[in-house]
Design a protein around this ligand. Sequence first.
Ligand code: F6P
Length: 527
Amino acid sequence: MTSDPRHQVLVASNRGPVSFEFAADGSLSGRRGGGGMVSGLTSGLAARAVDGPSGSPAVWVCAAMSEADRAAARQGVVLAGEGPGDVPVLMLDIPAATFEAAYNGIANSVLWFVHHMLYDTPNQPQFGAGFRADWAAYHAYNDAFATALSGQAGTALSGQAGTALSGQAGTALSGQSDTALSGQAGKGARVLIQDYHLALAPRLLRDRRPDARIAHFSHTPWAPPAYFRMLPDDVAVAILDGMLGADHLGFLAGRWADAFLDCCAEVLGAQVDRVRRSVTYRGRAIQVAVHPLGVDAQALRARARADDVRAHATALTKGAGDRQLIVRVDRTELSKNIVRGLAAYRELLATRPQWHGRVVHLAFAYPSRSAIPEYRAYTDTVVKVAAEVNEEFGTPEWQPVMLEVKDDYPRSLAACLIADVLLINPIRDGMNLVAEEGPILSERGCALVLSREAGAAALIGENALLINPYDISATAEALDAALSMPVPERQRRCAAMTEAAAAAAPQHWLAAQLDTLDRRDSLDHLE
Ligand code: F6P
């Protein structure tokens, strides 16, 4: 194993690749984490461990998100994965109240809403005293990550973050260097910070560790300046200033990178080069780049060959009969636009009766962020509208919508295998990995109806049927076109989308970011 700390890679994200539950007997059991960011990083790091520079250690620093996670973190265990290439995980035991305020109060209820442009603006947002308390927690949460990464654990958050880092880790991690075990960045280490939860961490880390080579990656869209400036002025400045503490800022699509540059120019008055995509700020040049995230097609197909997926595919096919299947797979997330998707399907059936009895809409809408009232209300609406469509058009032989709300990964893979049409219509989406996974998995060669507001549209949109996600009639028309598309054309388009998604596989996405950080060495720093 190499001891050169510059080869070390530290990943920092809110959600980690593992989460814990209490079993009935009170013991802890671990489960793999989900979501686009986690799955992209997990397979990128795994491939790197297999193919990459031999022996370069990696550690993944994440937050404890539940009581069970906190209990695991408090045991001081650094959790090693079991698969080849799994990275050790360092969970930060951030106090529950601080975590809740930072995660639900700011990250999910403010920053997510801003970047996805989700506010009902006549009523929301309202930035008052409650917001300020949450914002202070968000700062403390970011500081806990920066402290852990910089190796000054034990000082932040009344020493609680330090507990997780104190590390009786040697047992779980034989062969790792001491620095890697403690979660500290070795001198010149590369630190990959993820997403809107950790917008302040790059600056907080740079202040402590000017030697670290820091990248931040946004897995969401970025709001245009007019929307971003809804944030209180000092908060808007703090977020941009925080991110610009990095050397390299990555985005999933050109639109999001350009919106970030526009915010830097308008909010900070920073010097922005839109052609080279760079920002000069506080005496440093920060590079902004686009790294689309694709899918490891081979690994995904291998998973889909497993018996559990095949059994689900058989059951779903039986349930649908010989009808065509329109499939969607989403978290029940406001930005995913599930209600308008159902409204478009309803309009398809209302205006084109030739499809009655010949199509089924299989909609997977898994629970998400139920701590937030808007999400609970949205989930109720999804269930209600699906029931209305069935009430309006269903017959004893035909149920037009099959809504499944239980999170079942193998079953959702099975749905993609047998889809004729995939409906992905988010209001805004950083990328949308299902839009890429669907065509890769599809055995029938599915047609893709895709929102032009998803980052994936830039990667695979040429072969999809692109829609304006607010236009229900246009979405119904696209569904009609997709259902009517000759199978050879569907298959040709599906193959082209598969190729584009596979070419941007996570290992390439990750390698591109690490290469850019390595190249920073040859750039002139102005400070
Ligand atoms: O879209 C960016 C992302 O990080 C996804 O990876 C993930 O689905 C989501 O945001 C975060 O979700 P959660 O709050 O459940 O971690």
